[in-house]
Ligand binder design. Structure first.
Ligand code: ADP
Ligand code: GLC
Length: 485
C-alpha cells in the first residue's frame, strides 16, 4: 500500500477558485483503494461551507515552534481522508487568497504546519505531492529544517506546476522572515535565480517560493506535455526556465482529467434536459432553449451559441475577444460569458452586453450551476488563452458536446484536435497565431460548418463526446511515477 499526501491550497468540494481545486478534488479518487492510501491536506478556510466545516473533527492541536497554533481537523468524505490545517489568524477570511504579501506568510505557515503535524496525527506518507506555489515550501522544509528528524527520512516529494505565473515571489528579506528557512536556501540557484546580481544587498534579491519547490523536490510534474516543453523556454518560463531545463529529466507533463461523475450530461442534475452521445441530436437543444429564456436571449435555434466560462485575467486571451466583439456581433451568434476577475474585463463584458442586448449575456459572478448550463447549451466554447497549462473547460466542453475553439498552446493543443474538413476528423477548432483575426477566422469557420454542414458538425460533437478525458489514462501515469519513487 502506497501512502500519498496531497498538499494544496484548494480542493473541490470545499473551496475552489479555478482548475487546481478540480484536480486536487478528483485525482485522488482515481486510484484503487487497495493499493493507494491518498489523503489531502488544505487550509481550514472560513470560506469552506458550514455543511463541511460542521462535520470536521479536531484530531490534534499544538504550538508549532512553541509559538504558533496549529489545529488539525479531519473529515472523511466520498471515500477520501481530508485534513484541514486550522489557524484563525491566517484562514478566517471570506476568500482563500488575500494579497501576495500576506499570502506568502499564510502559505509558508501552512507548508510548515503540514509537515509538523504528520508525526502527531500518525500518518507517514511515502510521497508528498505538492501543488503550486502555496505548497512549494514543503520540499524545502523537508530537506532542510526537518532533515534530521528520523520520522521524515525517506519521504519523497513531487512538485506539480498548475500555473507558473504564480510563484510566491518577494525579496529574500521578507521570505526569510515569513518562512524562517536557513540561510543556505537563499543562495543563488536555490530560492534565488542563479543569475542574481550579487552586488546588491542580499535581502533585496528576488526570491521565488516555487523555485524552491522545483529545486528541492524529487520530481516535477506539470499538467500537459506541451506546457512541460513551453516552460523550458524564456517566453513561458516566467524566470524559471533555467531550473526547468536543468531538471528536464525529472519533469513530466501529465495531462489533467476531469471528474466524469460530476461532469456527466446524462445524469447532471444542474441542467434542464439530460442527454448522452446517443441522443444529443434530439435532446441537447432543449438546454440551449432554456438557457436563452433564462438569460433573455432570443430563442433562435440557428444562432451559434458561444460559451465562455473563465477567470477573467490576462492569461485567458480576453484581449482577443475584445478585438473581435464588434465583428462577432454582426454574425448570427450569441455569446454567453460567465466569469469574475480583473475589473477591466468584467466591465468590458458588461459594456458589450449593454451594446449588444440579445447577442451578449455577461454573467459576472461565480456560479457552478450556471457553468453546467452553459456547457450543456453552448454550441461552441471559446478558450483563446495566451497560455494554458492544461485547461479544464475545453475538456468539460468536449464531454458536453460544446465544440471547443482554442488557441494552440499548452493543454489546449494537446486535447483539442483541429477539424479537418477534407477527411472529416477533429474535435474542435484551433488557431496557432495569437491574434484577434485568427480567432475570428475560427469562429467564422465554426459558424459555416454549424449552418451549412450540420451533419459534419454533429459528427464532430459526437467524436468529442466519445473521447475519454476522465482520469482513467492519466492516473496510470501518476501511478507509474509514484512507483518509480
Ligand atoms: P484555471 O484553473 O486557469 O482557472 P481551468 O480551465 O483549469 O482554468 O479551470 C477552471 C475551472 O473553474 C473550471 O471547472 C470552470 O468551469 C470553473 N470556473 C471558472 N470560472 C467560473 C465561474 N465564474 N463560475 C463557475 N465556474 C467557473
Ligand atoms: C491552472 C491552469 C489551468 C489548469 C489548472 C489545473 O489554474 O491555469 O490551465 O487546468 O491549473 O491544473
Amino acid at each position: 500500500m502506497k501512502k500519498i499526501l496531497f498538499v494544496a491550497s484548494e480542493c473541490v468540494p470545499f473551496v475552489k477558485t479555478g482548475g487546481l481545486a478540480d484536480v486536487v478534488g478528483s485525482l485522488p479518487k482515481a486510484f484503487s483503494k487497495d493499493d493507494y492510501d491518498i489523503r489531502v491536506m488544505i487550509p481550514n478556510y472560513h470560506a469552506i461551507k458550514p455543511e463541511y466545516r460542521d462535520k470536521m473533527e479536531t484530531i490534534y492541536y499544538f504550538q508549532m515552534d512553541n509559538r504558533i497554533y496549529v489545529g488539525v481537523k479531519k473529515l472523511e468524505y466520498d471515500g477520501i481522508t481530508y485534513y484541514f490545517i486550522d489557524n484563525e489568524q491566517y484562514f478566517s477570511g471570506l476568500v482563500p487568497y488575500y494579497d501576495m504579501f500576506q499570502d506568502l506568510e499564510r502559505f509558508a505557515y501552512f507548508s510548515k504546519a503540514c509537515l509538523s503535524s504528520l508525526p502527531l496525527i500518525g500518518f507517514r506518507p511515502d510521497i508528498i505531492h505538492c501543488h503550486d506555489w502555496q505548497a512549494s515550501l514543503v520540499p524545502v522544509y523537508l530537506n532542510t529544517v526537518f532533515q534530521g528528524d528520523p520520522f521524515f527520512r525517506g519521504i519523497r516529494t513531487i512538485m506539480t506546476i498548475h500555473n507558473l505565473r504564480f510563484q510566491g515571489t518577494w525579496n529574500v528579506g521578507h521570505i526569510r522572515w515569513v518562512s524562517g528557512l536557513p540561510d543556505e536556501c537563499f543562495t543563488p540557484g536555490k530560492l534565488v535565480s542563479p543569475y542574481q546580481d550579487t552586488t546588491i544587498p542580499q535581502s533585496e534579491w528576488n526570491c521565488s517560493m516555487l523555485r524552491g519547490g522545483l529545486v528541492y523536490s524529487d520530481y516535477i510534474t506539470t499538467v500537459s506535455n506541451t506546457y512541460s516543453w513551453e516552460i523550458q523556454t524564456p517566453n513561458f518560463g516566467d524566470g524559471l526556465d533555467d531550473i526547468l531545463k536543468w531538471r528536464h529529466e525529472r519533469l513530466w507533463g501529465i495531462i489533467n482529467g476531469i471528474d466524469y461523475v460530476e461532469w456527466n450530461p446524462a445524469t447532471d442534475k444542474k441542467i434542464s434536459t439530460n442527454y448522452s452521445v446517443k441522443d444529443f441530436r434530439t435532446k441537447r437543444g432543449a438546454n440551449k432553449k432554456a438557457l436563452q429564456a433564462e438569460l433573455n436571449l432570443p430563442q433562435e435555434e440557428n444562432a451559434l451559441m458561444l460559451g465562455l466560462v473563465s477567470r477573467l485575467t490576462d492569461q485567458k486571451g480576453l484581449d482577443l475577444v475584445d478585438g473581435i466583439m464588434d465583428r462577432l456581433c454582426s454574425l448570427n451568434v450569441q455569446l454567453v460569458v460567465l466569469g469574475t476577475g480583473a475589473s477591466n474585463y468584467e466591465n468590458m463584458f458588461r459594456y458589450y452586453a449593454w451594446k449588444y442586448p440579445g447577442k451578449v449575456s455577461a454573467n459576472i459572478c461565480y456560479s457552478d450551476a450556471l457553468a453546467h448550463k452553459i456547457y450543456s447549451s453552448a454550441d461552441a466554447f471559446l478558450v483563446p488563452s495566451a497560455f494554458e497549462p492544461c485547461g479544464l473547460t475545453q475538456l468539460i466542453s468536449l464531454r458536453y458536446g460544446a465544440v471547443p475553439i482554442v488557441h494552440e498552446t499548452g493543454g489546449l493543443k494537446d486535447t483539442v484536435k483541429p477539424y479537418n474538413p477534407m477527411n472529416n476528423t477533429g474535435t474542435g477548432f484551433s488557431f496557432a497565431g495569437y491574434s484577434p483575426d485568427e480567432l475570428l477566422g475560427r469562429v467564422q469557420h465554426a459558424l459555416f460548418v454549424y449552418n451549412m454542414e450540420r451533419e459534419h458538425w454533429d459528427q464532430m460533437v459526437e467524436r468529442g463526446m466519445n473521447e475519454d478525458w476522465s482520469w482513467n489514462n492519466s492516473s496510470k501515469i501518476y501511478m507509474d511515477l509514484y512507483s518509480r519513487m
